[in-house]
Design a protein around this ligand. Structure first.
Ligand code: NAD
Length: 365
């Protein structure tokens, strides 16, 4: 929490962004406003510009004003950014640069990606319903280190003219420690089990990773720690994904495993995410992009963004009971058979983005 806010009066910066962003963020803000009416929770919500919308208004994808507001807010809730109309801009001016700049300026090193499959949507997965129905796992991915950032890197020409590509996998003890800590803290709010995924049979970095994970784990006597090699983890995620509670892993392994895990659930429109800093402050956003193909049609599924707001209540604002309330409301709406187009199936009732948002708000009570 920032110095001038309290748990009951958090300051939230909303960044609708581009494409379906404004359409999906409206229901999520509606949910937060409804909570302000019915619970001891009074969010101060400010809106800002990011991405293509910011470029159009100010000539930059991440205006100074937005960055300052993000720094002083307790949490940031984003819709999505990007669109074909900005693809031709100089790299520095593209919408994606705004989001990357925001993530790095806020020091968001822990990426939390849940893969939850509501039993009502078990048919949406490519796996058998008995394997995935009720799936609820969380991947905690290190986001600012590892092989994507290590030096030296590049493509060089050797003597004789042959070229070679080089990347470096490097993690310091403190980088490993803080991501493990984020995973153990998350596990405490869930089923209390962490599986650390590495390749310690081959990589020295993984040996250190395992050692540090053990050391951090010793400080969390209430959380169970296990280790798994990444190749086995990929296999287990498809064979029996419900065995996992929290998985913690490196940037690259997490990149691959979190996409794999998200597809177990079958629908990108249902998947929230969070990126946290060392103090637990976070940027919350749906996993999907700005979906220009359906923007402006009231066809987008807003539940990934609503569930991102629930994650914000749980992980940054420390209001797990309100997070549960939002998640239960989503579940009840699905029980009623309401579906946006992306999760529709025979026998269910098709609704648009706004109607889906209204239904969740109704179910909040
Ligand atoms: P996308 O996620 O926007 O869309 C992929 C497909 O999923 C599309 O068919 C889309 O209609 C569908 N879809 C996405 N979200 C949906 C929702 N909530 N409800 C129903 N259907 C949904 O990915 P893309 O098409 O590769 O990218 C489009 C733009 O989004 C690009 O400019 C890309 O750079 C940007 N992008 C932004 C983010 C972000 O803001 N974090 C992430 C990924 C892509």
């Amino acid at each position: 929490m920032s110095a001038d806010s309290s748990p009951n009066r958090p300051r939230i910066l909303a960044l609708p962004g581009d494409g379906i962003g404004p359409e999906v963020i409206a229901p999520a803000l509606g949910v937060l406003r409804r909570l302000s009416e019915i619970a001891d929770f009074h969010a101060e919500i400010e809106e800002g510009l990011l991405g293509g919308a910011a470029f159009e208004a100010t000539g930059r994808p991440l205006p100074e004003e937005t960055l300052a507001a993000a720094r002083s807010a307790d949490a940031v809730l984003m819709g999505s950014i990007g669109g074909p109309q900005w693809d031709g801009l100089d790299r520095e001016l593209r919408p994606e640069r705004g989001l990357l700049g925001l993530r790095s300026s806020l020091g968001l090193f822990a990426n939390l990606r849940p893969a939850v499959l509501y039993p009502q949507l078990a048919d949406a997965s490519t796996l058998r319903p008995d394997v995935v129905a009720g799936l609820d796992l969380l991947i905690v991915r290190e986001l600012t280190g590892g092989i994507y950032f290590g030096a030296p890197r590049g493509i060089e020409t050797m003597e004789g003219g042959e070229r070679r590509g080089v990347n470096t996998l490097v993690y310091t003890e403190s980088e490993i420690e803080r991501i493990c800590r984020a995973a153990f803290e998350a596990a405490r709010r869930r089923a209390g089990r962490v599986c650390s995924v590495d390749k310690a049979n081959v990589l020295e970095v993984s040996e250190l990773w395992r050692e540090v994970a053990e050391r951090v784990g010793a400080q969390y006597g209430d959380v169970e720690l296990t280790h798994m090699y990444v190749d086995n983890a990929a296999m287990q995620l498809v064979r029996d994904p419900k065995q996992f509670d929290v998985i913690v892993t490196t940037n690259m392994f997490g990149d691959i495993l979190s996409d794999l895990a998200s597809m177990l659930t079958g629908s990108i429109g249902m998947l929230p995410s969070a990126s946290l800093d060392a103090g637990g402050k976070g940027l919350y956003e749906p996993c999907h992009g700005s979906a220009p193909d359906i923007a402006g049609q009231d066809a987008a599924n807003p539940l990934a963004t609503v569930l991102s707001a629930a994650m914000m209540l749980r992980y940054t604002l420390d209001r797990p009971e309100l997070a549960d309330r939002v998640e239960r409301a989503v579940s009840r709406v699905l029980d009623r058979g309401l579906r946006t187009r992306d999760i529709a199936s025979p026998g269910t009732r098709a609704v648009g983005t706004a109607a889906m948002g209204r239904a969740v708000i109704e179910e909040l009570g």
